[in-house]
Design a protein around this ligand. Structure first.
Ligand code: SF4
Ligand code: SF4
Length: 312
């Protein structure tokens, strides 16, 4: 068994009572770690599969207690993100003395049973609303065996399961370990041009598109819900050419329903907290909500290709 498959993931958060991540009322398990590195990632704290430290400048009251206890001299007002992560060894002594909660650790090791203990009390809400559990990220498919174990247990408890994925995975392992226990798959399709995809997402999209084609056909055969989703990112994914290309790609598979996700610029603050360099921090177009006309243009292109907007 390959090393990457036996890893236990870190969990960022388990969010209850979500109405935005699939049908009904859902609990959403956010994994930490992703094989892509999209420049617009809305959860920059989910990119690395390792524990991190975060600092919230808005919450800090400037007492200096953290600087006094830090054995590595990693904290200074002059540091770009307050914490010099090249010095920090993640001892977390600073968290213990911070009175405001401005410092925090990001990512928690949880067993499948730990997760189930949090989720199971909400089962009555799933049952009455047609909801269930959504696995999101980060990217749950990075941890095939763990995710397989979690999905199996959810199905044993008769809970509806949905996976949100970037599509970059080994399809054979996916079909063997995850697919049998999934009721629904939300599959992101971001950019069709291979080079542009590589530029903005860090990897080529060949494997993603192949997996998409295969999985869509398989899900259609088996009556499983399969929803293509395109996040609309200013001048990256929402260009006329790209939306046309995506519409043609979907049409070539006879897909008639897909979701267009409106741009949310609020991720920039999150990048600062985990010390991720954000080249778009001062870009007006990337730090503003997009005009509604862009969404309308994209919907029209999809509509002209016979693709209607899915209700998520
Ligand atoms: S985690 Fe430890 S090394 Fe890192 S900043 Fe805090 S006290 Fe310093
Ligand atoms: S201990 Fe907390 S509140 Fe005080 S300076 Fe450090 S981060 Fe800010």
């Amino acid at each position: 068994m390959a090393k990457d498959e036996i890893k236990t993931p870190l969990i960022l958060e388990i969010k209850g009572n979500s109405l935005d991540d699939g049908p009904g009322i859902r609990s959403v398990v956010f994994y930490k770690g992703c094989p892509l590195s999209c420049v617009w990632c809305h959860n920059p704290e989910s990119k690395k599969a390792a524990v991190e430290i975060s600092f919230d400048a808005k919450t800090c009251i400037g007492c200096g207690a953290c600087r006094e206890v830090c054995p590595k001299n990693a904290l200074a007002r002059d540091n770009p993100f307050y914490i010099d992560r090249s010095k920090c060894d993640l001892c977390f002594l600073c968290l213990d003395v911070c009175p405001s909660g401005a410092l925090d650790s990001v990512g928690k090791a949880m067993s499948i049973n730990d997760i189930m203990k949090i989720i199971l009390p909400d089962k009555p809400f799933f049952d009455t609303s047609g909801g269930g559990v959504t696995l999101s990220g980060g990217e749950p498919t990075l941890f095939m065996d763990f995710t397989s174990g979690l999905l199996k247990l959810l199905k044993q408890n008769n809970i509806h399961t949905l996976l949100e994925t970037c599509g970059f995975f080994d399809i054979h392992k996916f079909m063997d370990r995850l697919y049998p226990y999934l009721d629904a798959i939300y599959f992101d399709i971001k950019i069709i041009d291979r080079e542009v995809h590589k530029k903005y997402c860090g990897v080529s999209n060949e494997k993603i598109l192949d997996n998409f084609r295969y999985l869509f056909r398989q899900a259609a055969n088996d009556g499983k819900m399969f929803l293509p989703r395109t996040p609309l990112i200013p001048d990256m994914t929402d260009t006329e050419n790209n939306i046309r290309d995506i519409a043609s790609f979907l049409k070539s598979l006879n897909i008639i329903e897909a979701a267009l996700l409106a741009y949310n610029p609020l991720w920039h603050e999150k990048s600062d907290k985990v010390g991720v360099n954000d080249p778009y921090k001062h870009s007006k177009v990337m730090t503003s909500f997009r005009e509604t006309s862009v969404m309308e243009r994209c919907k029209t292109i999809f509509g002209n290709a016979g693709i209607t907007e899915a209700k998520r």
